[in-house]
Design a protein around this ligand. Sequence first.
Ligand code: SAH
Length: 256
Amino acid sequence: MKIDIVTIFSDFFHGPMDYGIIRRAREAGLVTIEVHDLRAFAHDKHRTVDDRPFGGGEGMVLKPEPIFECIESLNVLPLEQRCEAKQNVVLLSAQGKRFDQQVAWELAKLERMVLICGRYEGVDERVGEYLADCELSIGDYVLSGGELPALVILDAVARLVPGVVGDEQSVAEDSFSRGLLDFPQFTRPAEIADLRVPDVLLSGNHAEIRRWRKREALTRTLERRPDLLAEASLDEEEEEILRELKRLRPERGAGG
Ligand code: SAH
């Protein structure tokens, strides 16, 4: 997958792209990332990328022309042909559709993803309306720029690109992938002070361990994020465990 990031702070991306899974994905050639400095597409002496809002008011707004010009230089297809070619231009915006693991799986199927990072009071509305395929928000809070959201999306998507995480089963079992939270993990030592790892994990009985993990994943989803269960895709054994858990633990009211 090729990912282009459009930003006025290209240096921002140096650290985060050089570690862990993103670094490995890049080195393996599975993900190619290019960061584009928006100021290179501003043609006045001061390389101006922002201007005052029409209608008055506080702050500055990112101008449309440098962004349109930058996207044009990237040779992405016109809007109406992008979907079929698995290309997507995304504007990061607090007002966009909420990014979650399902959206991450969708984006991981793309061949090309362009992320446009806003700053200041935001981006001229015509960018979202006529240039981008969609606007994405990483949550209901306002950040000062789209760079952190772009990195959040980049990280979540890159680890779903086939081959990036060695064990694909582990990605499929991560929290949210099937609408469940992940089961708890333990490592050595089996005991610290009087804190012991659950016996079943030391038993070597794989069938029992598998069932225990399903039960734990369901229990914590039921306790912490019951809203996820409505959309979860469960196998027969999980359905059965869930019915049992619900019998044992009658529904609590809000605030549980
Ligand atoms: N005035 C705008 C916020 C501008 S914040 C509003 O109220 O909606 C500046 C830039 O930061 C935005 O253009 C966007 O690119 C980015 N940004 C801020 N919060 C974000 C969020 N939750 N998700 C994605 N991008 C966000």
